[in-house]
Design a protein around this ligand. Structure first.
Ligand code: FES
Length: 363
């Protein structure tokens, strides 16, 4: 296919232009003079307004006011402005407007008016330039010897490909795989403590209808040298998952699911404090209805009915931590959470399956 017209930029013989329309100013000298005087008047008036701006600046008192309506002496005036600002606005604004309009009129009515054809240059490089560039590239390839030295070429390609490996390996630093880790730090026999004081909780500490925020006792434990067993970032990460709420209801109000009949102590149940929607901490408790409301998006869980979602966007019930009492009468966990806590995610079903295998019906 020939591309001669495109590449040479020959003018098009008839581009389809309409016949030229002459303006009144082009054919009538009197009209031209009149337009010239109008434009000059605009520029002259603009000059006066701009000089007026300078007068306003020096002559008008800054406290003086002008009123659009009414008589200020009668006390019925409104629409009042600073007289100086009013003068500034009208003189400067009017002056600039007239200059702008005058220039447009000048361009439209008096400046040259004829159609022009402007030739475009071809956008592509000439054949000579392309050939020279290809020759340079080929010379570079020849000089590098990349075609003659397959050993170096292939080993280089291997090394460049391997540059992606560190990036893939570093993904591992995003954290442990969810199904490889414990759900939380809760363990069999770990005491439930008050989240502020760290005091272990006895069933007698809770009245019917009461809710307390709890944490695993390990958050308050120290090693032989007095250092916290879990601290820093690990503590924050563990807290984000292990926080619980402990509620006491009348035992007859609770309808435990099959297999959960022994997960409470005298009407005391323990649930994750982390909403299963997107993970907000929850403790808005309505003791009459046994409902727990998440303040973030209003998911509502029925704690007397296994943490069932009764309203809102959460897709799963609130996970429940099985409770018992130790030899000294304090509330303890029977195990870690047997369900994944915190927000749902796409692999949750697979991880829950792994977890079920791990618990193996011990509960
Ligand atoms: S995080 Fe609780 S409803 Fe959204």
């Amino acid at each position: 296919m020939s591309t001669e017209i495109e590449t040479t930029g020959d003018p098009i013989a008839d581009p389809g232009l309409q016949p030229h329309q002459y303006r009144p100013q082009d054919v009538d000298v009197a009209q031209e003079r009149r337009t010239e005087r109008q434009i000059a008047a605009m520029f002259g008036l603009a000059t006066l307004l701009l000089i007026g701006f300078c007068f306003a600046y020096f002559m008008i008192d800054a406290d003086e006011r002008v009123f659009a309506f009414g008589d200020p002496a009668s006390g019925n005036a409104f629409g009042g402005w600073s007289a100086q600002n009013f003068a500034f606005g009208t003189t400067l604004g009017g002056g600039l407007l007239l200059i702008g309009v005058g220039i447009i009129q000048w361009a439209k009515k008096l400046m040259g008016d004829h159609e022009m054809v402007e030739m475009r240059h071809p956008a592509g490089s000439s054949d000579d330039d392309r050939s020279a560039t290809m020759a340079d590239i080929n010379a570079g390839i020849q000089e590098s010897g990349i075609g003659r030295r397959p050993l170096i070429r292939n080993s280089l390609l291997g090394a460049v490909g391997a540059m992606g490996l560190p990036a893939i390996v570093l993904l591992r630093d995003l954290g442990p795989l969810p199904h490889d880790q414990d759900v939380t730090v809760w363990k069999k026999g770990m005491r439930v403590v008050n989240d502020v004081s760290g005091t272990p909780i006895k069933p007698s500490d809770l009245e019917v209808g009461q809710l307390v925020n709890g944490e695993p006792a390990v958050f308050f434990e120290t090693d032989g040298e007095g250092h916290p067993v879990i601290h820093g970032h690990d503590l924050l990460a563990a807290k984000a998952k292990a926080a619980v709420i402990v509620v006491r209801m009348r035992p007859q109000d609770i309808t435990p699911a099959k297999g959960r009949e022994n997960w409470g102590v005298d009407g005391i149940l323990c649930y994750s404090k982390i909403c299963t929607h997107v993970g907000c901490p929850i403790s808005l408790w309505e003791q009459q209805t046994h409902h727990l409301l998440c303040p973030c998006h209003q998911s509502t869980f029925d704690l007397a009915d296994n943490g069932r979602v009764i309203f809102g966007p959460a897709a799963r019930p609130l996970p429940q931590l099985p409770l018992a009492v130790d030899g000294e009468g304090y509330l303890i966990a029977v195990s870690d959470f047997p369900e994944i806590v915190a927000p749902s995610y796409p692999e949750l079903a697979r991880d829950q399956k792994q977890l079920n295998k791990k618990f193996g019906g011990d509960l």
